[in-house]
Design a protein around this ligand. Structure first.
Ligand code: SAM
Length: 230
């Protein structure tokens, strides 16, 4: 491992056995772990028997933390950045510190691993040659509708993260705009209640409504426009 390097370390999205050997090695050897939630990461570290010190690094303190972290890295410390689940920086904190490292000539390296978007896409059966990651949609209003319309007009497969309390709203919105559009939904990947649903937007909207919602963590994959219209 290199001195003065920030390691972006992916952690499991559910099943703890998905942590890589390299991720474990880096987390045990760095001088500090920047963690989105130190309590959450503390449980993972306890499970792995790792005692490295943690520093809290999340959406609300990242701006203030960056100069101090850059300084420590420049002094030669090795640090790892982790989020609560999956790959840091992907709908998770991290962008600011990585950007600052690039600007300041500090080395950044990766310990790649779990990511919910790619895990869902890879089992969706929808085209994977070109895709767009949309992250979380705007929560409401014209911005949300516009984004959904843009996704429906896209000639790439689109990947969206959605929360349990908005999944019915999302599939209803899609069913209204394009009832025949095929959707793939992946829920609780790698966990005990892992489940996938696929069908047209109107079929899925009906299924979810009959089940009175869908619990857990959810990825929605939209078929691209050319496939539906052919
Ligand atoms: N950085 C993470 C990654 O690499 O996937 C994503 C973090 S984002 C805050 C959390 C969202 O990812 C959830 O709301 C859900 O949409 C998706 N997600 C995370 N874990 C998941 C899982 N086990 N199954 C399905 N979706 C998951």
């Amino acid at each position: 491992m290199k001195e003065g390097t920030l390691y972006i370390v992916a952690t499991p999205i559910g099943n703890l056995a998905d942590i890589s050997e390299r991720a474990k090695e880096i987390l045990s050897e760095v001088d500090a772990i920047l963690a989105e939630d130190t309590r959450h990461t503390g449980k993972l570290l306890a499970h792995l028997g790792i005692k490295t010190k943690m520093v809290s690094y999340h959406d609300h303190n990242e701006k203030g933390r960056v100069p101090e972290i850059i300084e420590r890295l420049k002094q030669g410390e090795k640090m790892a950045l982790v989020s609560d689940a999956g790959t840091p920086c992907i709908s998770d904190p991290g962008y600011r510190i990585v950007h600052a490292c690039r600007e300041e000539g500090v080395s950044v390296s990766t310990a790649p691993g779990p990511n919910a978007a790619l895990a869902a896409l890879s089992i969706s059966g929808l085209p994977t040659d070109r895709f767009t990651f949309e992250g979380f949609l705007p929560p409401k209003g014209a911005k949300r509708t516009k984004r959904i319309e843009k996704i429906l007009a896209s000639d790439c497969t689109s990947i969206v993260y959605e929360s349990t309390h908005k999944i019915q709203k999302l599939v209803d919105e899609v069913a209204q705009l394009d009832p025949e559009r095929k959707l793939f939904i992946a829920r609780e990947l790698t966990k005990m209640y892992e489940e996938t649903l696929h069908g047209t937007a109107s079929e899925i909207a009906k299924q979810i409504s009959e089940r009175k919602g869908l619990k857990g963590e959810i990825v929605v994959i939209f078929e691209r426009v050319s496939e539906s219209k052919n």
